[in-house]
Structure formats: C-alpha cells, structure tokens
Design a protein around this ligand. Sequence first.
Ligand code: AMO
Length: 443
Amino acid sequence: MEYLTGENKKETVEIGDLLSTEKLGQIIKMRGAIHTIRDMGDIAFVILRKREGLVQCVFEKGKTNYDFKELKEAACIQIQGEVHEEERAPHGIEIRLHEIEILSEPAAAMPLSINKWKMNTSLEAKLNNRSISLRNIRERAKFKIQEGIVKGFRDFLYGQGFTEIHTPKIGAKGAEGGANIFKLEYFHKPAILEQSPQLYKQMMVGVFDRVFETGPVFRAEKHNTKRHLNEYTSLDFEMGYIDSFEDIMAMETGFLQYTMALLKREYANELNILKVTLPKVDKIPQVRFDVAKELVSKKYDRKIRNPYDLEPEEEVLIGQYFKEEEDADFVFVTHYPSKKRPFYAMDDPADTKFTVSFDLLFHGMEITTGGQRIHDYNMLVEKIAARGMTEEGLEQYLDTFKAGMPPHGGLGLGLERLTMKLVGEDNVRETTLFPRDLGRLTP
Ligand code: AMO
C-alpha cells in the first residue's frame, strides 16, 4: 500500500535553499520560467523566475548539454548546474548550467515584454494582459505587499481576540444606501450585491463580541476615477463593549503598527524592489471634520464649498497640512456630519448634527471609514423613520437589536487603496489584480 504523508520530497531546490554558503560549489537542480535570455556570444545569461525572485544561470558553450539557440523566453525548465558566488547577480549567486530540460514551452510570442525592471507599458495594456504583466517582478511585488497587509490584518486581529467571519455577498438590501447598488434578479425576486458586510458584522458582535472579515464588496460607481472600483476588497472589523469610537481608532493604529513591522520583517525584498519607505505609524493625529476644513481653508486660502463632506482636493490638502505641520503620513478626521453618514452611525450626544465616526486619510486619501454604531433598538428605529427609510429587508438586523446589543463600533478599510498609497501608485487599478471599473469586466 502506498500512502500520502503530506510531503513529497523534491530533489529540486528553491532560492532560499541556495543562500547558505555550504551550497557554493554544489551541483543542484532547480525549476523555473525563463524570464529573460541575454546572449553575450560564447556565454549567455538565462534568468530564471521563481516564486521568491530571479536566479542568474550561466550558459557556457560546450559545457551545457543543450543548443542554447533553441531556448525560448517564457519556457518552463528544469536545470542542473553548479552554484557559484557572484556579487553582481540577484542574491549574490549564479548557477553555471550543465543540463537543461524543457518542461513546457510557450505556444506564441509574449503579447508584451515583462522582463524590463520597470514595465514601459500603459496601464490599459497591462490590464488587458493582466496574467502576463503580473509576471513582471515589480508588478508582482505590489501584490506580495498586498498579501502582507492582509496577513497583518488577520494576525493582529486574531491576537486581539477577533473571530474571522464570512458573510453573504448577495442580499436583499444595501447596507450603505446611496445610488451605487448593483441590482440583480434572484429567482424572480429583487436582490442586490452587498456594498459592505456592515449589517452582518454588527449582528455578529452579539455572538462573538469581536469579528472581522476580508472579502469582496460591490459598488456601482458611475464614474471613472483613479480611486474607485466597482468591486474591491474590504477589510472590516467590528467590536463590542467599546467606551467610545476612539477604541476603534486605537485598534486601527495598532493594526497599522503591527503590519508595518511585519512588512519590514517579512517583505523587505518587495519593499526594496518597489523602493517603498514605510510610513510613520507610531502616533496618528486626529482632528475634527469641521476643524480640518477650517485649517486647510485658512492655510491654503481655499473656500469651503461643501460643509457636509470632504472634497477629494480637501482630503489632499488635509494630508498636506498634517505632513507639513506634524510630519504625519496618516490623519484621523473625526465627527463627520450626520447627514452624510449611513443610518447605523451613532450621532454625537453632544451635538447630534455630527456623528462619533471617522475617516482615516493616508497621504491625503480616504482609506478607512469607521465609528460607533447605534446599539439601542428604539434609537435605531427612530433614525430609520426620520430618514424616511423603510424597515423592509432590515427585519433580522432590527430583531438583533431588539434582543440586546452591546455598545459597539468598527471600520471598513479599502485594501486596494491602502496598497496603492503604500507602494506610491496613483491609480487604484495598479494595485488591483483584476480591476472592475465602468469599462472593464474582463479579464
Ligand atoms: P465606506 O463606504 O466609506 O464605508 O467604505 C470604506 C472604505 O472602502 C474603500 N472604498 C473603495 N475602494 C475602492 N473603490 C470604491 N468604489 C470604494 N468605496 C469605498 C475606501 C473606504 O474608506 N460600512 C462602512 C465601513 C464601516 O463603517 O465599518 C463602509 O463601507 O477605502
């Protein structure tokens, strides 16, 4: 009888295996894709792309069992060769090739060139050939960083006693209101794609006290901007027994501190590839919404046009203000007007025109919205009525509050926006694997 034991030993090695000095001079086998070939006459460099990065292999005429001219870029190969020190090569090593075995060959020429360090291609062309353009080392690195952010979110919140949940993305009623709801037909009934896990995560506070979710959400944004997607990944958490909405901001600050340290430790290679300087997160200033408006209006001589919301340009100026005045990369803007916040937001008892809620700006762009929620059933019902909303589709949500709920709050963070700002891109599509926007439904 043969058994699977959970490990299939391979004789091929990975880059990490090569980095100890004892491997120098040894003959190893390795697999990877041909990223690029540089023909220098008698020798050629064959650069292999692997999950951890690039490896320089040296093809020397007469020493390798293969006709070099037949090698194709993008072929997947297995090589055998001797490990040598070479400080000019990636990771300080190169492999002098003895044998090459072709595992698979491309069926056509590459639609775009991915082996330049920085791709000299338009965003459109990169997105049209997404699975290919992402093979570029810099493009790929952005999504490793994104992985690190999600890992940081998960690990940090597990450590804080949160339970990870998975809520439905098809529902009866949008949580956030507004016009940007995708409608669909669900077996002859009207349905929607969830704009956020808001109502579900709140209901789950009554069960687990602290919950979080990372998942897709949908917004039917009707205009093309550099910061809006029609489907994005929302990092959400919700926590019970808070004293005030400042507990939520403190938790987010803790998450950022944990994640920046994690990136520095585990993603140094990608940070270096992208030349990222990690932002300062030791302390984050907070400022009231109305005060922030006044401050930038005065300093940059700009008229306040919309007293109820922040215009994108104002966000940029608030970012600039706090960079100049406090050397801050992030700023919490608090107490948004009640009018502009959804029904579930808790009004400030000191002045009900405002809410005990916040946005977090990173280099002048909103990446998070959060705050304290209404936990009292009667107050919730009154607010729904005062807004002229119907309770239809909210029955289970309201029943949860009827059955008692602790004071609670939470936040939602746009993963693609945080990644974009962190790696210094200016279009959110650059940090979205397969963006969905007004004009793009494929790939
Ligand atoms: P909000 O609607 O502000 O709040 O969204 C939270 C965060 O999600 C990101 N975001 C987007 N990213 C890309 N494309 C979009 N179209 C888009 N829309 C929003 C932003 C934003 O800060 N339920 C609340 C959160 C909460 O209070 O818990 C909510 O969804 O980074």
